[in-house]
Design a protein around this ligand. Structure first.
Ligand SMILES: *Cc1c(COP(=O)(O)O)cnc(C)c1O
Length: 377
């Protein structure tokens, strides 16, 4: 057969698979409700955001100006005055976490990183790469950190600076660590050298839009934050934002003559399309749009909890969370709906494309006899 036709068939098959999978994507926190076709012409150019977006570059085919606007939008969201803010668009939440913990270690080379059992798997890898001392703290059943264990562990290690990795929405249960309680602990123990990095991959795009958020932001002690772009914002390409105070970054900056840039980012060549995608998403929705989107996601999450409970399946969610946790159903159901399993639980996440009707269909499958382990319905 003609190679050209074969190539086209392969592509068509792939596309068909993805279209079909989209209908059953309820387990992972990626918003699939978007349309970026306006941006397709940008794929005709080789664009590269190498270097510091706040610094000149020899390479002119970049979207640094757009990227700076994205960073300023997130600075506003995270209550960091724009003139004190620095950041860049990353390859995803993991790179943002690595960046924050890297800055923390440069600031406190003999510091200890404290993080809960419910922390995203990227943290352990990052801590190994950075070779920084670290201690895992117990979690409560809700997924929030155990503050008594945190206090006691910091107390024993009082001589070392504290680097706290705060979960602003845990991966599995959507729990938020209370940074004001953590600050109280640091105050009580008279710890003056401390740094708080917030992993706000998902909930960084939720808390700014609810009426009664848990404490978050630089006014509540964040020193850096990582937020994913392919989660609630809905970017078809993985990306994220690393945001911190510009004064911290000055310590690690190095000027590179070859590309005429300031080498402050982890990656060298960087994606120039993803800043454009996030910028475009903000232009389309704005603060008010996201407030509505988040309100609807939370309403559907509450609907899911109520419907599951009415049918005898113990489902629950944390405050301001779109993550609905319930006993793990059969492997068939997990696979069909791409649910995220962990030990004896599973979760679904009510991103904008997950409607009440989709919830009803998932529920029907979970109610098949023998589907939910240990639950008779
Ligand atoms: C998704 C997620 C990450 C990692 O983000 P990537 O964009 O996949 O690198 C980190 N932390 C939490 C809590 C997450 O949910």
């Amino acid at each position: 057969m003609d190679a050209k036709i074969q190539t086209q068939e392969r592509l068509d098959d792939l596309l068909r698979d993805f279209a079909e999978l989209r209908e059953r994507s309820v387990g992972y926190p990626c918003n699939l409700d978007f349309d970026y076709t306006t941006l397709l012409p940008f794929l005709s150019y080789s664009l590269n955001n190498v270097g510091d977006p706040f610094h000149d570059s020899n390479l002119q085919s970049n979207t640094h100006k757009i990227e700076r606007e994205v960073i300023h939008t997130f600075a506003d969201l995270m209550h960091l005055p724009r003139e004190q803010a620095w950041g860049y668009v990353t390859s995803g939440g993991t790179e943002g976490n690595m960046y924050g913990l890297y800055l923390a270690r440069e600031m406190f080379p003999d510091g200890v990183v404290y993080f809960s059992q419910d922390t995203h798997y990227s943290a352990v890898k990052i801590l190994r790469v950075l070779k920084v001392r670290n201690i895992m703290i117990k979690s409560q059943d809700t997924g929030e950190i155990d503050y008594d264990d945190l206090r006691e562990t910091i107390r024993i290690n009082r001589d070392a600076p504290v680097i706290f990795l705060a979960n602003i929405g845990t991966t599995m249960k959507g729990a938020v660590d209370d940074v004001s309680k953590v600050q109280d602990i640091l105050g009580d123990l008279a710890i003056t050298s401390h740094y708080i990095h917030a992993d706000a991959a998902l909930s960084g795009m939720i808390l700014p839009f609810v009426d009664d958020p848990q404490p978050y932001g630089f006014d509540n002690g964040f020193d850096s934050v990582s937020i994913s772009g392919h989660k609630l914002i809905g970017s078809p390409l993985p990306c994220g934002v690393a945001l911190t105070r510009s004064e911290y970054v000055a310590r690690i900056a190095r000027s590179i003559e070859y590309v005429g840039v300031l080498d402050t980012t982890l990656a060298g060549s960087r994606n120039a399309i993803t800043p454009l995608i996030m910028w475009y998403a903000w232009r389309q929705h704005g603060m008010d749009g996201y407030r509505e989107i988040v309100a609807e996601c939370l309403a559907v999450a509450e609907y899911a909890v109520e419907r599951f409970n009415e049918c005898g399946i113990p489902a629950r969610r944390n405050k301001n969370s779109v993550t609905v946790v319930f006993p793990k159903p059969s492997d068939t159901v997990v696979r069909k709906w791409q649910l995220a399993p962990y030990e004896n639980i599973a979760h679904l996440i009510t991103m904008p494309h997950v409607t009440r009707e989709v919830i009803d269909r998932v529920l029907v499958d979970c109610l098949e006899p023998g589907t939910i382990q240990g639950t008779r319905v």
